[in-house]
Design a protein around this ligand. Sequence first.
Ligand SMILES: [Zn+2]
Ligand SMILES: [Zn+2]
Length: 625
Amino acid sequence: MIFAHAWCSRSTRAKPFAANRARPRALPRSCSPCSHHAVDTLRRMGTNTEIAAAFEELAVLSELLGANVFKVNAFRRAARAVESLTGEACSMESAALKAIDGIGASTAAKIFEFAKTGAMSELDELRAQIPAGLKEVLGIQGIGPKTARALWIDAGVVDLSSLSAAIESGAVAKLPRMGAKTIENMKEAIAFAQTAVGRMRIGDAMPVANALVARLGALSCVQRIAYAGSLRRGKETIGDLDILACSEESGPLMEAFCTMPEVARVLVQGLTKSSVQTKHGLQIDLRVVPLEKFGAAWQYFTGGKEHNVRLRERAIAQGFRLNEYGLFAADASGKVADGALPVASREESDIYHALGLEWMPPTMREDRGELDAFVLGAAHTPIVEQHDIRAELHCHTTASDGALSIDELVSEAQRRGFHTIAITDHSKSQFQANGLDETRLLTHIAAIHAARARFPRMQIWAGSEVDVLSDGSLDYSDDLLRQLDWVVASPHAALKQEPRVATDRLLKAIRHPLVHVLGHPTGRIVNGRPGLEPVMSELYAAARECHTALEINSHHMRLDLRDTHVRGAVAAGCMVAINCDVHGLSDYDELGYGILTAQRGWLPKASCINTFDAAALDAWRRVKR
Ligand SMILES: [Zn+2]
Ligand SMILES: [Zn+2]
């Protein structure tokens, strides 16, 4: 079995990238007339998946509007027929299309319309006749188009809140076939749907994905399995989880998937695709694809959407067509011959290489200039990877709010192959975190220095995570800060300041001659609070000028700097620190999220101080001592 997923597999190890092209584009892409043209060409193409989804929606909406059953079924049959085609429906001749079981003259006309305009006018008309909120109602487990129609026409339901109101008022109970049990199930499903709204933090989704891939990957019928989507791209939050698998016998695999203990609801169970909702509100889609097309599917379902649009444009410009089944050669008129075999499909790298590109890390597939940077043979600078990290420069002991002693922290750092650790407990204003006053700090410094004798191979620094107070001053005097080997300055309170005030506050900390790192610069919590919104470009410029690093706090709740900030800091020539803000042993594992964020920001290894060797890091530190 090939076991491949982005988190722990070396197969997806980040490849080098071209630093000389690393800066964000100066011009928005719409400025280029030829790229406009390419988009138009592309939009005329529809993948089979998109066309099938359009037919499925036609079926649902026409049923909702009370169309006759023959018409509804015809749309459903067309959806299934298009989904199971091996060639692209959009590039097939009319006669060949109509010869397919399930596609008649009128559905073939809709496919042509979609190929030409990227839309189906009948679908647009139906959408306009239906309240937008009914889509949410249809998303409730147990409510199909027929029930939704009754709720809408007879009980005035137009969205989830009017559905809840209609249940409470007894209007729903008056409808036919609405027993107490059915209504109870509906109420439960609404409550569930409301908890599932929004996106899950990556640190909550990743362990679920890893466990699932490992468990299903251990089945004898599974040849290959991996997750795709925004999780593989390392985004800070995840909508749905997409899993791809190869299996000669998908029945047992789908059965195992749908009966996993974490599954709360099975939405669809089929042989090529199943969807479930977990008890934590995560939707997981599992697709089975042929082994020889795995790379094409993995590339397609990893996205991002805009990256894939660019890649398909590039394929068209080079005389190919790209879809989730592979890269296909097209004739002069842009058509792919029926039954044509793909030029590339088995591995992602086959597809990128065939298009004159290096394989590129999923974290960089966001249409932020990567297609220019990863041209085959271009000059490359290595991007930071997890195994490059050799120092943890922000961690807490039991002296403030950590769970570990100095020795426990240092032992773990040493076990992980690090050469340096900076112990940075909280300063006195963080009384709720048991922050250290001057006297306790002096004792703590002595205790940290004493540990050096017990760990002769480690470089151990006595530091502090000193509070950046609301006016930008620091929580300790300069005399005291000077006695520390290492200073991380972080904002913890007054996180709703006006942008200008926040900017000046943070600039003051960055410019302080004794500060090495600005810790979690905005104080945001993912899905929690927005934090400060300083003018980032001013922070980058000051950080570069004053030899202060900006931190990527790796904890999945923080990821602060965020990916776009990292990109800006890199472009401005700043140094960046990637720290775990360790409070307990498992926090060292948060590093993976920091690395994904760093890669999404195109952070070169050379711009990350945690990758320096011990002597170079110490020299970097001493510039401020
Ligand atoms: Zn902090
Ligand atoms: Zn901290």
